[in-house]
Design a protein around this ligand. Sequence first.
Ligand SMILES: [Zn+2]
Length: 440
Amino acid sequence: MNSELDLVKRQFGHRARLALSPAQIRAMDDQAHAARTMWNCLHAWWQMMPKEKRSVAAADAAIRQARKDIDFLAVLPAQGAQAVLKTYFQSWKNCWDGRAEEPNFKGRSRSVMSVDIPQGRDLQIKRVHRRWGMVNIPKIGRVRFRWTKDLPLGKQADSDNRITGARLVKDGLGWHIAFRITTLDHAPEPHSGPEVGIDMGVNIPMALSDGNHHDHGRLPRLPDGTCDRDKWLNPDEKAKLLRLEQRAAHRKTFRKPKEKTSRRLHRTYDQIRALRAKATRRSIDWQHKTTTTLAEQYSVIVVEDLHITNMTKSAKGTVENPGKNVKQKSGLNRSSLQEAWGRTLTMLTYKTARQGGALVKVPAPHTSQRCSACGFLAPGSRETQALFVCKNPDCGWTGNADHNGARNVLHLYRIGHVAIPAAGRAVVRRTRGVNPATAR
Ligand SMILES: [Zn+2]
Protein backbone atom coordinates (compact mmCIF):
# COMPACT_ATOMS: atom_id res chain seq x y z
CA MET A 1 0.00 0.00 0.00
CA ASN A 2 1.20 3.44 -0.87
CA SER A 3 0.68 6.21 1.60
CA GLU A 4 0.73 9.87 0.67
CA LEU A 5 4.32 10.06 1.84
CA ASP A 6 5.40 7.94 -1.10
CA LEU A 7 4.22 10.53 -3.59
CA VAL A 8 6.65 12.86 -5.27
CA LYS A 9 5.96 15.87 -7.39
CA ARG A 10 7.25 15.61 -10.92
CA GLN A 11 7.55 18.35 -13.48
CA PHE A 12 8.19 17.57 -17.09
CA GLY A 13 7.51 18.75 -20.58
CA HIS A 14 5.67 17.18 -23.46
CA ARG A 15 6.23 18.31 -27.01
CA ALA A 16 3.68 18.00 -29.79
CA ARG A 17 3.58 19.14 -33.36
CA LEU A 18 1.03 21.80 -34.29
CA ALA A 19 -1.02 21.75 -37.48
CA LEU A 20 -1.13 25.40 -38.53
CA SER A 21 -2.44 26.98 -41.71
CA PRO A 22 -0.03 29.21 -43.69
CA ALA A 23 -1.78 32.33 -42.34
CA GLN A 24 -1.47 31.02 -38.78
CA ILE A 25 2.21 30.27 -39.34
CA ARG A 26 2.77 33.86 -40.44
CA ALA A 27 0.88 35.12 -37.38
CA MET A 28 2.96 32.87 -35.10
CA ASP A 29 6.18 34.10 -36.74
CA ASP A 30 5.06 37.69 -36.12
CA GLN A 31 4.44 36.90 -32.46
CA ALA A 32 7.86 35.30 -32.12
CA HIS A 33 9.59 38.26 -33.77
CA ALA A 34 7.67 40.59 -31.48
CA ALA A 35 8.77 38.55 -28.46
CA ARG A 36 12.38 38.73 -29.61
CA THR A 37 12.13 42.47 -30.23
CA MET A 38 10.57 42.87 -26.80
CA TRP A 39 13.57 41.09 -25.31
CA ASN A 40 15.97 43.33 -27.23
CA CYS A 41 14.12 46.50 -26.16
CA LEU A 42 14.18 45.27 -22.59
CA HIS A 43 17.90 44.61 -22.79
CA ALA A 44 18.56 48.06 -24.26
CA TRP A 45 16.38 49.59 -21.52
CA TRP A 46 18.31 47.65 -18.85
CA GLN A 47 21.68 48.82 -20.14
CA MET A 48 20.50 52.42 -20.38
CA MET A 49 18.92 52.64 -16.93
CA PRO A 50 20.96 53.58 -13.88
CA LYS A 51 21.33 50.66 -11.48
CA GLU A 52 18.86 51.89 -8.84
CA LYS A 53 16.05 52.28 -11.40
CA ARG A 54 16.24 48.72 -12.74
CA SER A 55 13.19 47.10 -11.19
CA VAL A 56 10.56 44.65 -12.37
CA ALA A 57 7.85 47.27 -11.88
CA ALA A 58 9.67 49.87 -13.99
CA ALA A 59 10.38 47.32 -16.70
CA ASP A 60 6.75 46.23 -16.64
CA ALA A 61 5.61 49.84 -17.14
CA ALA A 62 8.06 50.23 -20.03
CA ILE A 63 6.73 47.07 -21.67
CA ARG A 64 3.12 48.22 -21.35
CA GLN A 65 4.01 51.54 -22.93
CA ALA A 66 5.93 49.85 -25.75
CA ARG A 67 2.94 47.61 -26.55
CA LYS A 68 0.75 50.73 -26.81
CA ASP A 69 3.17 52.75 -28.93
CA ILE A 70 4.53 50.15 -31.35
CA ASP A 71 1.98 48.32 -33.48
CA PHE A 72 4.01 45.24 -34.29
CA LEU A 73 4.78 44.64 -30.61
CA ALA A 74 1.05 44.55 -29.85
CA VAL A 75 0.64 41.30 -31.83
CA LEU A 76 2.32 39.57 -28.90
CA PRO A 77 -0.31 38.75 -26.24
CA ALA A 78 0.10 40.61 -22.95
CA GLN A 79 0.80 37.33 -21.12
CA GLY A 80 3.54 36.50 -23.60
CA ALA A 81 5.14 39.91 -23.05
CA GLN A 82 5.03 39.32 -19.29
CA ALA A 83 6.74 35.99 -19.83
CA VAL A 84 9.55 37.71 -21.77
CA LEU A 85 10.05 40.03 -18.80
CA LYS A 86 10.09 37.11 -16.39
CA THR A 87 12.62 35.10 -18.41
CA TYR A 88 14.79 38.20 -18.84
CA PHE A 89 15.04 38.75 -15.09
CA GLN A 90 15.52 35.04 -14.54
CA SER A 91 18.43 35.03 -16.99
CA TRP A 92 20.12 37.76 -14.94
CA LYS A 93 19.59 35.67 -11.81
CA ASN A 94 21.12 32.69 -13.60
CA CYS A 95 24.08 34.87 -14.52
CA TRP A 96 24.55 36.18 -10.97
CA ASP A 97 24.36 32.64 -9.58
CA GLY A 98 27.05 31.55 -12.02
CA ARG A 99 24.84 29.22 -14.03
CA ALA A 100 24.93 31.14 -17.29
CA GLU A 101 26.55 33.97 -19.10
CA GLU A 102 25.12 37.49 -19.20
CA PRO A 103 21.95 37.87 -21.25
CA ASN A 104 22.53 39.48 -24.59
CA PHE A 105 20.61 40.79 -27.56
CA LYS A 106 18.85 38.12 -29.59
CA GLY A 107 19.85 38.14 -33.23
CA ARG A 108 17.26 37.32 -35.86
CA SER A 109 19.09 34.37 -37.33
CA ARG A 110 20.78 32.86 -34.30
CA SER A 111 17.96 32.74 -31.77
CA VAL A 112 15.20 30.18 -31.47
CA MET A 113 11.77 31.45 -32.42
CA SER A 114 9.51 30.98 -29.43
CA VAL A 115 6.50 32.41 -27.62
CA ASP A 116 5.43 31.61 -24.09
CA ILE A 117 1.92 30.91 -22.85
CA PRO A 118 2.48 31.17 -19.10
CA GLN A 119 -0.98 30.12 -17.91
CA GLY A 120 -2.36 26.63 -18.38
CA ARG A 121 -5.99 27.71 -18.19
CA ASP A 122 -5.60 29.78 -21.38
CA LEU A 123 -4.90 26.60 -23.35
CA GLN A 124 -8.34 24.92 -23.03
CA ILE A 125 -7.06 21.62 -24.35
CA LYS A 126 -9.53 19.06 -25.64
CA ARG A 127 -9.01 15.69 -27.22
CA VAL A 128 -11.04 15.48 -30.42
CA HIS A 129 -9.74 12.29 -31.98
CA ARG A 130 -7.57 9.29 -31.19
CA ARG A 131 -4.65 11.09 -32.78
CA TRP A 132 -5.54 14.76 -32.43
CA GLY A 133 -6.13 17.32 -29.71
CA MET A 134 -7.21 20.94 -29.87
CA VAL A 135 -5.50 23.77 -28.05
CA ASN A 136 -6.23 27.46 -27.75
CA ILE A 137 -3.36 29.74 -28.71
CA PRO A 138 -3.82 33.41 -27.76
CA LYS A 139 -4.46 35.64 -30.80
CA ILE A 140 -4.25 32.64 -33.14
CA GLY A 141 -7.29 30.58 -32.19
CA ARG A 142 -8.06 26.87 -31.93
CA VAL A 143 -5.27 24.74 -33.35
CA ARG A 144 -4.90 20.97 -33.80
CA PHE A 145 -1.91 19.12 -32.39
CA ARG A 146 -0.74 15.51 -32.56
CA TRP A 147 -1.96 13.56 -29.55
CA THR A 148 0.81 11.14 -28.58
CA LYS A 149 0.52 11.18 -24.79
CA ASP A 150 -2.36 11.37 -22.35
CA LEU A 151 -2.32 14.77 -20.70
CA PRO A 152 -3.88 15.49 -17.29
CA LEU A 153 -7.17 17.04 -18.37
CA GLY A 154 -10.78 17.18 -17.25
CA LYS A 155 -11.50 14.74 -14.45
CA GLN A 156 -7.85 13.69 -14.16
CA ALA A 157 -6.74 17.26 -13.58
CA ASP A 158 -6.48 18.70 -10.08
CA SER A 159 -4.15 21.02 -8.20
CA ASP A 160 -1.41 18.36 -8.22
CA ASN A 161 -1.87 16.99 -11.73
CA ARG A 162 -2.21 19.70 -14.30
CA ILE A 163 -0.75 21.61 -17.20
CA THR A 164 0.79 24.80 -15.89
CA GLY A 165 1.58 26.45 -19.20
CA ALA A 166 3.18 25.92 -22.56
CA ARG A 167 5.78 27.24 -24.87
CA LEU A 168 5.57 27.47 -28.64
CA VAL A 169 8.85 26.71 -30.36
CA LYS A 170 9.75 26.69 -34.04
CA ASP A 171 12.37 24.43 -35.56
CA GLY A 172 13.16 23.33 -39.10
CA LEU A 173 9.98 21.28 -39.23
CA GLY A 174 7.64 24.03 -38.09
CA TRP A 175 5.88 25.08 -34.93
CA HIS A 176 5.64 22.81 -31.91
CA ILE A 177 3.98 23.20 -28.56
CA ALA A 178 5.77 22.15 -25.38
CA PHE A 179 3.37 21.66 -22.48
CA ARG A 180 4.60 22.15 -18.94
CA ILE A 181 3.12 19.39 -16.82
CA THR A 182 3.09 18.85 -13.06
CA THR A 183 2.09 15.45 -11.67
CA LEU A 184 2.15 13.62 -8.38
CA ASP A 185 3.75 10.21 -8.85
CA HIS A 186 4.63 7.31 -6.58
CA ALA A 187 8.22 7.49 -5.38
CA PRO A 188 10.30 4.76 -7.07
CA GLU A 189 11.69 1.80 -5.15
CA PRO A 190 15.49 1.87 -4.78
CA HIS A 191 17.02 0.29 -7.88
CA SER A 192 18.60 -3.13 -7.30
CA GLY A 193 20.50 -3.43 -10.58
CA PRO A 194 24.29 -3.43 -11.03
CA GLU A 195 26.56 -0.39 -11.22
CA VAL A 196 28.13 0.64 -14.48
CA GLY A 197 30.71 3.10 -15.75
CA ILE A 198 30.24 4.76 -19.10
CA ASP A 199 32.87 6.25 -21.35
CA MET A 200 31.45 8.48 -24.01
CA GLY A 201 33.62 8.59 -27.06
CA VAL A 202 33.61 9.32 -30.72
CA ASN A 203 34.27 5.85 -32.13
CA ILE A 204 31.88 4.09 -29.76
CA PRO A 205 29.28 6.63 -28.58
CA MET A 206 28.79 4.81 -25.27
CA ALA A 207 31.17 2.13 -24.03
CA LEU A 208 30.08 0.39 -20.80
CA SER A 209 32.44 -0.98 -18.18
CA ASP A 210 30.85 -4.46 -18.36
CA GLY A 211 31.97 -4.83 -21.96
CA ASN A 212 28.68 -3.88 -23.57
CA HIS A 213 28.23 -0.81 -25.60
CA HIS A 214 25.51 1.24 -27.16
CA ASP A 215 26.04 2.17 -30.74
CA HIS A 216 23.82 4.01 -33.16
CA GLY A 217 25.30 2.23 -36.15
CA ARG A 218 26.37 5.47 -37.78
CA LEU A 219 30.01 5.69 -38.74
CA PRO A 220 31.65 8.65 -36.99
CA ARG A 221 34.17 9.24 -39.76
CA LEU A 222 34.16 9.56 -43.49
CA PRO A 223 36.48 7.29 -45.53
CA ASP A 224 39.14 10.04 -45.61
CA GLY A 225 39.28 10.14 -41.78
CA THR A 226 37.41 13.40 -41.19
CA CYS A 227 34.38 13.53 -38.97
CA ASP A 228 31.04 12.94 -40.59
CA ARG A 229 28.88 15.83 -39.46
CA ASP A 230 25.80 14.46 -41.22
CA LYS A 231 25.98 10.91 -39.95
CA TRP A 232 22.33 10.91 -38.97
CA LEU A 233 21.28 11.33 -42.60
CA ASN A 234 21.20 8.43 -45.04
CA PRO A 235 23.17 8.60 -48.33
CA ASP A 236 20.25 9.96 -50.36
CA GLU A 237 19.58 12.67 -47.81
CA LYS A 238 23.27 13.54 -47.66
CA ALA A 239 23.34 13.93 -51.43
CA LYS A 240 20.24 16.12 -51.24
CA LEU A 241 21.79 18.25 -48.52
CA LEU A 242 24.93 18.74 -50.56
CA ARG A 243 22.86 19.71 -53.60
CA LEU A 244 20.86 22.20 -51.57
CA GLU A 245 23.96 23.75 -50.04
CA GLN A 246 25.53 24.12 -53.47
CA ARG A 247 22.35 25.66 -54.77
CA ALA A 248 22.21 28.12 -51.85
CA ALA A 249 25.84 29.10 -52.39
CA HIS A 250 25.22 29.56 -56.11
CA ARG A 251 22.11 31.71 -55.58
CA LYS A 252 23.94 33.81 -53.03
CA THR A 253 26.46 34.88 -55.67
CA PHE A 254 23.69 36.73 -57.52
CA ARG A 255 22.66 38.79 -54.52
CA LYS A 256 23.94 42.34 -54.69
CA PRO A 257 25.05 44.08 -51.49
CA LYS A 258 22.11 45.24 -49.33
CA GLU A 259 19.67 43.42 -51.56
CA LYS A 260 16.98 41.36 -49.88
CA THR A 261 17.39 37.59 -49.84
CA SER A 262 15.26 36.19 -52.65
CA ARG A 263 12.30 33.95 -51.98
CA ARG A 264 14.01 31.12 -53.83
CA LEU A 265 17.06 31.39 -51.61
CA HIS A 266 14.86 31.50 -48.52
CA ARG A 267 13.13 28.34 -49.72
CA THR A 268 16.46 26.59 -50.16
CA TYR A 269 17.52 27.67 -46.67
CA ASP A 270 14.26 26.26 -45.29
CA GLN A 271 14.86 22.93 -47.02
CA ILE A 272 18.37 22.75 -45.55
CA ARG A 273 17.00 23.58 -42.11
CA ALA A 274 14.34 20.86 -42.41
CA LEU A 275 16.96 18.23 -43.24
CA ARG A 276 19.11 19.29 -40.31
CA ALA A 277 16.10 19.21 -38.00
CA LYS A 278 15.37 15.68 -39.17
CA ALA A 279 18.93 14.64 -38.30
CA THR A 280 18.60 16.24 -34.86
CA ARG A 281 15.33 14.41 -34.17
CA ARG A 282 16.93 11.09 -35.11
CA SER A 283 19.82 11.70 -32.73
CA ILE A 284 17.46 12.73 -29.91
CA ASP A 285 15.35 9.64 -30.55
CA TRP A 286 18.42 7.42 -30.25
CA GLN A 287 19.47 9.18 -27.05
CA HIS A 288 16.03 8.73 -25.51
CA LYS A 289 15.88 5.02 -26.31
CA THR A 290 19.45 4.40 -25.11
CA THR A 291 19.15 6.36 -21.88
CA THR A 292 15.82 4.70 -21.03
CA THR A 293 17.38 1.24 -21.46
CA LEU A 294 20.37 2.23 -19.33
CA ALA A 295 18.24 3.71 -16.56
CA GLU A 296 16.08 0.58 -16.43
CA GLN A 297 19.05 -1.76 -16.35
CA TYR A 298 21.53 -0.14 -13.96
CA SER A 299 21.20 1.31 -10.48
CA VAL A 300 24.22 3.62 -10.53
CA ILE A 301 25.59 5.07 -13.72
CA VAL A 302 29.02 6.64 -13.42
CA VAL A 303 30.29 9.08 -16.01
CA GLU A 304 33.34 11.24 -16.39
CA ASP A 305 32.78 14.82 -15.29
CA LEU A 306 33.70 16.53 -18.52
CA HIS A 307 33.57 20.23 -18.94
CA ILE A 308 32.23 20.15 -22.42
CA THR A 309 32.17 23.89 -23.02
CA ASN A 310 35.78 24.27 -21.92
CA MET A 311 36.82 21.29 -23.99
CA THR A 312 35.25 22.53 -27.17
CA LYS A 313 36.24 26.15 -26.63
CA SER A 314 39.92 25.51 -26.04
CA ALA A 315 40.99 24.18 -29.43
CA LYS A 316 41.72 27.47 -31.10
CA GLY A 317 43.30 29.12 -28.06
CA THR A 318 44.06 32.82 -27.92
CA VAL A 319 46.46 35.03 -29.88
CA GLU A 320 48.99 35.02 -27.03
CA ASN A 321 48.52 31.33 -26.37
CA PRO A 322 47.54 29.55 -29.57
CA GLY A 323 46.19 26.01 -29.23
CA LYS A 324 48.05 22.91 -30.33
CA ASN A 325 46.74 20.48 -32.95
CA VAL A 326 43.90 22.88 -33.65
CA LYS A 327 42.64 21.01 -36.67
CA GLN A 328 42.49 17.56 -35.12
CA LYS A 329 40.99 18.91 -31.92
CA SER A 330 38.35 20.95 -33.63
CA GLY A 331 37.40 17.86 -35.61
CA LEU A 332 37.04 15.95 -32.35
CA ASN A 333 35.10 18.82 -30.84
CA ARG A 334 32.64 18.94 -33.67
CA SER A 335 31.85 15.28 -33.31
CA SER A 336 31.77 15.62 -29.50
CA LEU A 337 29.21 18.36 -29.85
CA GLN A 338 27.29 16.25 -32.31
CA GLU A 339 27.09 13.37 -29.90
CA ALA A 340 25.55 15.94 -27.53
CA TRP A 341 26.85 14.49 -24.28
CA GLY A 342 25.27 17.25 -22.27
CA ARG A 343 21.84 16.26 -23.48
CA THR A 344 22.52 12.58 -22.83
CA LEU A 345 23.53 13.41 -19.26
CA THR A 346 20.41 15.51 -18.70
CA MET A 347 18.28 12.59 -19.86
CA LEU A 348 20.20 10.12 -17.70
CA THR A 349 19.86 12.40 -14.67
CA TYR A 350 16.08 12.46 -14.65
CA LYS A 351 15.57 8.95 -16.00
CA THR A 352 17.77 7.28 -13.37
CA ALA A 353 16.03 9.33 -10.66
CA ARG A 354 12.63 8.10 -11.86
CA GLN A 355 13.82 4.48 -11.74
CA GLY A 356 15.23 4.86 -8.23
CA GLY A 357 18.83 4.90 -9.45
CA ALA A 358 21.38 7.68 -9.72
CA LEU A 359 23.77 9.29 -12.14
CA VAL A 360 27.18 10.05 -10.62
CA LYS A 361 29.91 12.18 -12.10
CA VAL A 362 33.53 11.59 -11.15
CA PRO A 363 36.27 14.07 -11.92
CA ALA A 364 38.52 11.84 -13.97
CA PRO A 365 41.64 13.18 -15.63
CA HIS A 366 43.69 10.77 -17.76
CA THR A 367 40.98 8.08 -17.92
CA SER A 368 41.98 7.28 -21.46
CA GLN A 369 45.70 6.86 -20.63
CA ARG A 370 45.43 4.90 -17.37
CA CYS A 371 45.35 1.11 -17.38
CA SER A 372 42.17 -0.19 -15.78
CA ALA A 373 43.83 -3.46 -14.72
CA CYS A 374 46.87 -2.14 -12.83
CA GLY A 375 46.42 1.65 -12.69
CA PHE A 376 49.66 2.37 -14.56
CA LEU A 377 49.62 5.75 -16.26
CA ALA A 378 51.62 6.30 -19.47
CA PRO A 379 50.95 8.79 -22.25
CA GLY A 380 51.35 6.36 -25.15
CA SER A 381 49.16 3.57 -23.80
CA ARG A 382 46.35 4.34 -26.13
CA GLU A 383 48.01 2.95 -29.22
CA THR A 384 45.23 3.74 -31.65
CA GLN A 385 41.75 5.22 -31.24
CA ALA A 386 40.45 1.74 -30.51
CA LEU A 387 43.30 -0.23 -28.90
CA PHE A 388 44.73 0.21 -25.42
CA VAL A 389 47.99 -1.56 -24.53
CA CYS A 390 49.35 -1.23 -21.00
CA LYS A 391 52.99 -0.08 -20.92
CA ASN A 392 53.63 -1.64 -17.50
CA PRO A 393 55.91 -4.66 -18.21
CA ASP A 394 54.34 -6.67 -15.33
CA CYS A 395 50.79 -6.15 -16.60
CA GLY A 396 50.57 -5.83 -20.36
CA TRP A 397 46.76 -5.69 -20.36
CA THR A 398 45.27 -4.97 -23.75
CA GLY A 399 41.73 -4.15 -24.64
CA ASN A 400 39.38 -1.73 -26.20
CA ALA A 401 40.38 1.82 -25.27
CA ASP A 402 36.82 2.99 -24.66
CA HIS A 403 35.98 0.05 -22.37
CA ASN A 404 39.21 0.76 -20.53
CA GLY A 405 38.00 4.32 -19.89
CA ALA A 406 34.62 3.08 -18.69
CA ARG A 407 36.26 0.62 -16.26
CA ASN A 408 38.45 3.43 -14.92
CA VAL A 409 35.46 5.65 -14.31
CA LEU A 410 33.61 2.90 -12.42
CA HIS A 411 36.71 2.13 -10.37
CA LEU A 412 37.03 5.78 -9.34
CA TYR A 413 33.43 5.74 -8.12
CA ARG A 414 33.96 2.50 -6.14
CA ILE A 415 37.01 3.82 -4.31
CA GLY A 416 34.98 6.90 -3.40
CA HIS A 417 36.85 9.34 -5.56
CA VAL A 418 35.08 12.68 -4.93
CA ALA A 419 31.77 11.77 -6.42
CA ILE A 420 29.44 14.62 -7.17
CA PRO A 421 25.87 13.35 -7.20
CA ALA A 422 24.21 14.82 -10.24
CA ALA A 423 20.75 14.51 -8.74
CA GLY A 424 18.10 17.16 -9.05
CA ARG A 425 17.74 19.51 -11.91
CA ALA A 426 20.87 19.49 -14.03
CA VAL A 427 22.42 22.79 -14.93
CA VAL A 428 22.94 22.60 -18.64
CA ARG A 429 24.97 24.98 -20.71
CA ARG A 430 22.92 26.03 -23.66
CA THR A 431 24.20 26.90 -27.07
CA ARG A 432 24.88 30.53 -27.77
CA GLY A 433 21.82 32.64 -28.42
CA VAL A 434 19.44 30.47 -26.45
CA ASN A 435 18.67 31.71 -23.01
CA PRO A 436 18.93 29.09 -20.28
CA ALA A 437 15.66 30.09 -18.72
CA THR A 438 13.79 30.12 -22.00
CA ALA A 439 15.22 26.92 -23.38
CA ARG A 440 13.45 24.19 -21.52
ZN1 LIG B 1 48.23 -2.44 -16.72
